[in-house]
Design a protein around this ligand. Sequence first.
Ligand code: AMP
Length: 213
Amino acid sequence: MNIILFGPPGAGKGTQAQYIVKNYNYFHLSTGDLLREETKKKTHLSKLIEKTIEGGNFVADDVVNKLLKKTISNLKFRDRIIFDGYPRNIQQVEYLTNLLGHFNQKINLIITLSVPREIIKKRIIGRITCSKCNLTLNQFFDKKQIQLHPCGEKYFTKRKDDNIETVMLRYDVYKKMTQPVLDYLSGNSNYKLIDGTLQIEEITKEIERLINV
Ligand code: AMP
């Protein structure tokens, strides 16, 4: 079963995807992570990607689409991909549908985590990620967990685009560009909306229930 996780920045898509990967042997396809990897290459294109991400805008479709193909064409990940941050506009939905069709696959479950703008603000400003194991925590809400983290506190880093101006812009870009995708997909029977303000464990339970149907 292939799954798409939708939601504004800070909705908890990465956290939920990590749980599914660990417990259901899924492959986490985060285009944001793939693009951040690309920025380490120090080419002309990678500098352009970095600038676009820091500005809170979308990276060009052809760049993102290319990154996607590698995973979908790999039989190892067949029917167990969790998409996080892709598709983000109508063109990407069409590209994904065609690409999956080409490899005899489809999207089986579409989940949207809905979280209001004001809550996003609070969540993202404190967001830190361990550069060793990728665990994401909040520096205001998870103090104890950060102290006890097995990789050590020093590996936690903050994303450059997690500042208040860029986050609000990313939220607005999501509403403008990605909301039409959700409106388009919401008529499908495999489209499910989850309240993203619930506790992490409650959301996980709900997602598991949908996977196990
Ligand atoms: P994320 O990690 O999903 O929050 O993505 C971080 C940034 O990467 C976004 O704000 C965009 O600049 C870029 N990005 C990630 N996924 C996509 C996508 N599917 N299409 C265009 N840009 C993307």
